[in-house]
Structure formats: structure tokens, C-alpha cells
Design a protein around this ligand. Sequence first.
Ligand code: ADP
Length: 520
Amino acid sequence: MTLEKKLSQYFGYDEFKEGQEKIIEAVLNGKDVLGIMPTGGGKSLCYQLPAIQMEGLTLVISPLISLMKDQVDSLSEMGIASTYLNSSLDDATYEHRLEKIRNNQYKLLYIAPERLNSYSFLEMAKQLNISMIAVDEAHCISQWGHDFRLHYKEIPAFIESLSSRPVVAAYTATATVRVTQEIKHLLKLKNPVESIIGFDRPNLFYQVVKTGDKFKYVTDSIKANNQDKSGIIYCATRKTVEGLTQKLTAQGFLAAAYHGGMSSELRQKNQNDFIHDRIRIMVATNAFGMGINKPDVRFIIHYNMPQNMEAYYQEAGRGGRDGDISHCTILYSPADIVKQKRLIQLNQTSAEREKLLFENLQYLVDYCHTNECLRKKILEYFGETPSYERCENCGNCLDQSEMVDVTIDAQKILSCIYRLKNRFGLNMVISVLRGSKNKKILELQLNEISTYGIMREHTVENLREIIMMLVAKGYIWITADEYPVLKLTSSASNILRGEEKVFHKKHLVEMKVSKSKDKS
Ligand code: ADP
């Protein structure tokens, strides 16, 4: 039977999605593969279809326990024998499944990576005829990825322990060069056939909103555009999730919470309520969403800025799976940077990794401050070079705000950083520019430098906005440290010499005198 026939007979689809056929053919020819496809691109089919065709068992390693059950259920409906082993099973069920696996009753077996630690599982695996190992979410093996899982490191040794080497197929939605190199290297893929398909999701409308009242923005925008539509609001912490859910339900919105601190029953209930439209708004931490396939999510709001572009792209990517428009909005506030930094530090990883996480965070901060096309910025992060400068379909491209020349402000800021010898952080630079008399400034005699007080008519927020815009444009570099300092980059001299001009949105650089007394 041809592959197309199998596709329609088992899965009910008329044609392959981009990239699927190439991967499936390679696997069936005994080649290792690396499939890089965005979320929703159809990765599962790339191992499910060949699994039916191949002799023996396909082992799918996946960190997503909730996804395993869903996939096994839908495979069963198609008449494909499959099962899963993970920590959610009681002993009797687990043993019963092992027995059936030993008797070759399944075509696909899903396991969580932790199983690779289990002696009984490893002993059994040696006896099985495993023809393919599909490693889902393969970026979890890379410590440069955003979702490193220690047990993924055990996969290569596991493969070597098998009596014969199966085909190894790795799949991920993370396409940065560093991560893909690591996947190939660590999983020891043998001359893999690679398929990288486009990351652009044209039906997602990206925007960044700077508002002093996030809650009002959320309620106003839902009432105006998304009444009776489904959406997810991502927050950085469980506390914010709880608080926001309460405030929304108090105002009559059909909202529920989802985070790792809730009981699994309640999480499951809320998830089901969301999928079946009994609630409309899921307020969640990043614990929500992996493997959830609700097609008609019309808006994804990030109440707090996410920690990195991979996470953002994945979370935003849960919108509009049906191909219709979905609005993906980050509600930016500078306090979120501090919040995310604290979360990174709480992780207590190595100094090297922490630096990387800070760098990744900075890319998101730049995304929030750029005036360029947001879609382009996202695609560039994933190594794509869009053919356009502007997509004409994102918050920045459609922004009608008046732009004003802020070259002189930029020159003042850059020369202040220069006079401060690239040694101070954002708050200190702002304080010096505003002529603050705080103790540290007087102690360090920073009140004597020539740029002291040259921007006293600006508010703190206003200066922060211009500085971050200059960072996003690459004139200033913020070091990725616990106490980051601002440094000039080589392109800053173009501005200082007056060879280049800088423009910014008028409403963001309006000059207002700070009402509050400067406490910095
Ligand atoms: P991913 O794992 O890449 O996020 P999935 O494997 O969950 O994506 O697939 C996303 C959606 O696309 C699913 O609803 C799946 O049924 C559907 N899909 C996969 N392959 C095809 C195809 N060839 N034609 C139509 N729909 C497909």
C-alpha cells in the first residue's frame, strides 16, 4: 500500500503536511532523521505512520505524560495497537502492559525518559525487536535548550545497550543552530536526513503592549474583541495566576487557573473545561499547554514577559491551530525583567548556563522594545531570513504611532554611559541623567561628571523606555550578569558622531516631569 493510502486509511488525511513525507520515507529507508517543525506542524504522524509500516516495535520517548494518553487513545481509535508506560500507572497495570509488550502486541510504545532508569524496563527492552526510537521534544537533551531534562542524556547509552541499533528519529520545535547541533551530537544520530520546515505562522498576530494597567487591558480587550472566544493568559508565577483568575471570575469572566502547585485532579478538570468550552480563559503558568491541542484558541496573552524566545514561540503557537487568526500579545512591564531574572537565579544552575539564560531573556526584552517587524524578529531568532522587512501583519508593522527624532536624547544617554565608563546599571544611569542626589551618587562623585542632570526633565519610565529601545537597536549592550551593567557597542559611535539618527514612537517618549519625588 502506498504511503498516501496509509495516510488516508489510518489518519483520514488527503495529503502530507510540509516535511512529513521526506521524513517518513527516510525512516522507512532505515535512515536516522532530525525533524524540526514548529508546534502544530504534525510531528507525531512522522513516527506514527512508519511505525505501522515497520516490523517490530517503535519506542516513542516523550516527556509529556498527558500527551501519551491522548495519542494512545486516538491511535486505538484508528485501530493501531499502542500503549504507554509512565509513573501514572499502578503496579498491576504496569505489569500487565509489560506482559503484552513482551508478547509483541503493540506497534508503538510511549515511555517517559525516566523509564530508562528502570532495570526491569531495560532488561525487557533488550529482548524486544525495536525497529525505531522516536525522540520527541529532542531539545530536552540540550542544556542550551529551554527545557533541559537530565534523563534525556541516558538515551544514547540505552540505544547502545540494545541488541541491534534501531533507526533513531529526533523531533523538536526548537531550531536554533546550537540546539540542533547538540541534538545530533548527543543522540549520536548517524548522517541524519534533516527536515526543517518554516517557522512562520502567518495567522498569528504578534504585538507588544506597554500599559500601566494590565488588568484593564485584558478585560477591555476581551470584551471588545474576544467575548465568547477561547484564550490563554500566561503568567510568570503561580501567585499571579491565582490572583488574576480571582479578579477575572469576580468580574464574571469564565476563567480558571492552571499551575504546577494545584492537584492533578483540579488541573485535569480545568483543562477539560477549557478544551470543551465550559470555561473560556485559561490563566496559567508555563506548566499548561505542552501537548494540548485545542484548535480554536483565539488569543494568547502573556501577562508577564516570558523568559526566552523558544518558550514564547511555543506558548504563542498554541493559538490559531485551526489556521484562523489568533492574537498573541505580550503585556510588557520593566518589572517583569526583574521577576524573570529572579526566577532564573532561583534555578541555581551553573554560572555558564545562568549567563545563557540571561542572554536569552535579553533577546525577549529586545523583542519588546524593537520598532521593527515582530514576526521578522521571531523568525530571525530561529535562524530564518524572511524575504521581507515588514510583514504588515503585526503590532509594529500596523502601528500608526507618530515617530519622533530622539537622536539628541540618545546622544545624551550614550555619552552618559561613556562618562560612567561602562560600569553602571540601568537605574544608576537614569539617576545620573536625572541629576539624582542619592547617597551613592554623591559618594562616588558622579554628580561631577558632565552628563549629570542633563535629562532631568524626563521621567524615569521615559528614560528607561529610550534606553531599552537603544539596547534593542544594538547601540547599548546589557551584560548578562547578576548585576548587569550598560556598555556601549561599537555602533554607538555612529550616533555620538551624528552620523545616524534614531526615531522612536512619540507616545513612548513624551516628556513628562516625574510627579513622584526621585527616590532612586
Ligand atoms: P506537533 O506535535 O508537531 O505539535 P501534531 O503532531 O500534534 O503536531 O499535529 C498537529 C495537528 O496536525 C494534529 O491535529 C494532527 O492531527 C494534524 N495533522 C498531522 N498531519 C496532518 C496531515 N497530513 N494533514 C492534516 N492534518 C494533519
